[in-house]
Design a protein around this ligand. Structure first.
Ligand SMILES: Nc1ncnc2c1ncn2[C@@H]1O[C@H](COP(=O)(O)OP(=O)(O)OP(=O)(O)O)[C@@H](O)[C@H]1O
Ligand SMILES: [Mg+2]
Length: 472
C-alpha cells in the first residue's frame, strides 16, 4: 500500500464522487501502464491531456481519477476526485504530504549531465543498506518530481530525486518540495546554453537546488568543475555543509587511482581519509566521477561506505547512454557503444573519450558516429567544430557525421579520418553498415532529435549480438 485512502483524499483536496477502496496502491499518470488499485492523475502534457484518458484508466482498474472541475462534464464513470485547480496541483499537494510523513534520508541530483546515471548508482548503492525509492527514468521536471515524491513509500529509508531544468527558476519550487538532506550537482557545462547568457548563469540556476536543502544539509559538489568555487559560495550562503568530490587531491572524496578495462573501472578513493576500493560496472571516466558523488552521499548519510561502493559493481549504463553490445561479424566481433539517447558538448566529449580507452580487435578501428547536438544557440557551430580536438585525442580512426551542424566539423577533419558525411541518419545508414568490419569499436552519439537510434538498430540488425560478454 502507498496511501490510505483517507490520508490521500485529505492531502489531495477536492471533492470525491463515488466510493474509493480503503487503500491506494500507487499513483499513475499513464492509462496504458496503470495497474488496478492505483490512483490516476489527469496531467496535461505538451501533447496529451490526461483528461482524455480518464475513462481508459478507470476501465483498467484505477482506484480513482483526479480531474479538474473544468473538465468534469465530459467524463463518465468513477470514482472521481474533482479539484478546483489543476490535477497537477493536487499531485503536488500529495507530494508535499508524502515528504511530510517521511523519515527517509533524501538526496536530490541535478547537473548538466549525469543526473540519471548518478541516480541509478545511488539506487544501487543505497538499496544495499536500506529500502530505497527513486524515480522512473528521467522523471525530473514539474510533473516528474511531484509524481516521484507522491510515490515515496511512508517507510522508505532513502529517497532519491532527479531535478532538471531548462530555464532559471525551475529548480527552486522542485527542491523546496523535495527538501533534500543532500544535494548533488554532478557538473556544470554549456548545455541548454540557448536559454542562458553564460556558463555562470547555468551554475546559478543549478545552485537553486540549495534553496530546498534541509537545515545543516550537504551540498555535494564536483571539485574538478570550473564552477566549483561559485557553487560553493552559493551553498555557503544558505549554510550548507560542502562535500567535494573529484580527481583533485583536495577533494573531500578524491580519486586516488583507477584502472579502466572494457567493462568497468576499478577505483581507489579517499573518503575523508578513509581508503575505499571498489569496482564500477561500466567504463568511462565520467561515470567514475559520478560514482564519487555517490560515495559522498553515503558519507553524508553516515552509511557504510564500503557496502554502498561494492554495490556499484552491478552498475550498467542505461539504454542509449553508453550501453555496450558485442556483435558478431565475419572474422570476429564489433563492439557497439550506444550513446544515441542524447548529446550535449559535455556528454559528447565523454563519449568520444570512451574510444580512447577502447581496444579495437585485430584489424579493427576506433569509429565515431556523431550527429548534431541541439539547443546550443549561437555557439552551436563552435561547439561542433571543437570536437575535432577531442576526436584527435581519442585516436578516432574513422568519423561518420550526420546533420547540418556536423558539416562544419566535417570540413575541419583530417582527410584520413573522414568516413562519410550525410545530412540525415537514413542517408548514412547503408554507408555505415557497409563500412564496419571485425574488430571495430563504434560509438554512436547525437541529440535525440538527430535520430541516430535508427543507426544503432540497423547495425544490430546487420550484425546480431553474440550473447558473449564484452571484452574489447
Ligand atoms: N559527469 C559526466 N560528464 C560528462 N558526461 C556524462 C557525465 N555523466 C554522464 N555523462 C553522459 O551524459 C549522457 C547523459 O547521462 P544521463 O542520462 O545520466 O544525464 P541526465 O543529466 O540525466 O540527462 P537528461 O537531462 O537527459 O535527463 C550519457 O551519455 C552519459 O554517459
Ligand atoms: Mg536524466
Amino acid at each position: 500500500m502507498l496511501w490510505e485512502a483517507a490520508e490521500f483524499l485529505e492531502a489531495a483536496g477536492g471533492s470525491l464522487e463515488g466510493a474509493v477502496p480503503a487503500e491506494i496502491s500507487g499513483i499513475s499518470i499513464d492509462s496504458r501502464t496503470i495497474r488496478p488499485g492505483e490512483a490516476f492523475v489527469a496531467i496535461k502534457g505538451e501533447r496529451f491531456d490526461g483528461h482524455d484518458y480518464v475513462e481508459a484508466a478507470l476501465q483498467a482498474g484505477a482506484a480513482l481519477a483526479i480531474v479538474s472541475v473544468d473538465r468534469r462534464e465530459g467524463i463518465s464513470g468513477g470514482p472521481l476526485l474533482v479539484v478546483e485547480d489543476d490535477p497537477l496541483d493536487a499531485l503536488t499537494r500529495l507530494a508535499v504530504a508524502a515528504r511530510e510523513r517521511s523519515r527517509a534520508k533524501i538526496v536530490a541530483v541535478t547537473g548538466s549531465v549525469g543526473k540519471t546515471g548518478t541516480k541509478e548508482m545511488l539506487r544501487l548503492g543505497l538499496s544495499a543498506i536500506g529500502s530505497t525509492h527513486a524515480p522512473v527514468g528521467s522523471f525530473n521536471n514539474h510533473w516528474g518530481v511531484p509524481l516521484t515524491l507522491a510515490r515515496l513509500p511512508a517507510d522508505a529509508d532513502f529517497g532519491i530525486f532527479e531535478i532538471g531544468m531548462n530555464h532559471a527558476g525551475e529548480i527552486t519550487p522542485l527542491t523546496e518540495m523535495v527538501r533534500p538532506h543532500a544535494a548533488i550537482i554532478t557538473t556544470v557545462e554549456a548545455v541548454h546554453i540557448e536559454y542562458f547568457d553564460s556558463v555562470e548563469a547555468i551554475a546559478d540556476a543549478k545552485a537553486e537546488i540549495f534553496d530546498g536543502l534541509e537545515p545543516r544539509g550537504a551540498a555535494i559538489l564536483n571539485r574538478d568543475n570550473a564552477q566549483f568555487e561559485r557553487l560553493s559560495r552559493r551553498a555557503g550562503e544558505v549554510g550548507a555543509r560542502i562535500v567535494s568530490f573529484g580527481e583533485n587531491p583536495n577533494a573531500d572524496v578524491s580519486l586516488v587511482g583507477s584502472m579502466a578495462d572494457a567493462e568497468g573501472t576499478r577505483l581507489t578513493v579517499d573518503v575523508y581519509g578513509e581508503t575505499v576500493q571498489y569496482r564500477l560496472g561500466a567504463p568511462g571516466r565520467h561515470l567514475a566521477a559520478n560514482s564519487l558523488a555517490v560515495l559522498a552521499a553515503a558519507y553524508v548519510f553516515e552509511a557504510n561506505i564500503k557496502t554502498v561502493a561494492d554495490a556499484l559493481s552491478a552498475f550498467k549504463a542505461p539504454a542509449g547512454r553508453g550501453d555496450r553490445h558485442r556483435l558478431s561479424c565475419d572474422g570476429g566481433v564489433i563492439t557497439l557503444v550506444d550513446e544515441s539517447y542524447n548529446a550535449n558538448p559535455a556528454s559528447m566529449r565523454a563519449a568520444i573519450a570512451l574510444l580512447r580507452d577502447a581496444k579495437p580487435g585485430e584489424g579493427g578501428r576506433r569509429i565515431a558516429v556523431l550527429g548534431d547536438m541541439g539547443e546550443l544557440g549561437h555557439r552551436a557551430r563552435d561547439l561542433h567544430v571543437a570536437l575535432a580536438d577531442d576526436l584527435a585525442d581519442a585516436k578516432a580512426d574513422q568519423v561518420f557525421l550526420v546533420g547540418p551542424l556536423m558539416h562544419d566539423l566535417w570540413e575541419v577533419l583530417p582527410e584520413g579520418a573522414r568516413g562519410a558525411y550525410a545530412r540525415d541518419a537514413g542517408e548514412l545508414e547503408p554507408i555505415l553498415v557497409k563500412a564496419l568490419r571485425a574488430g571495430d569499436v563504434v560509438v554512436v552519439k547525437a541529440s535525440n532529435a538527430t535520430g541516430l537510434g535508427r543507426l544503432v538498430q540497423a547495425i544490430k540488425d546487420r550484425f546480431p549480438p553474440t550473447g558473449a560478454k564484452d571484452e574489447s
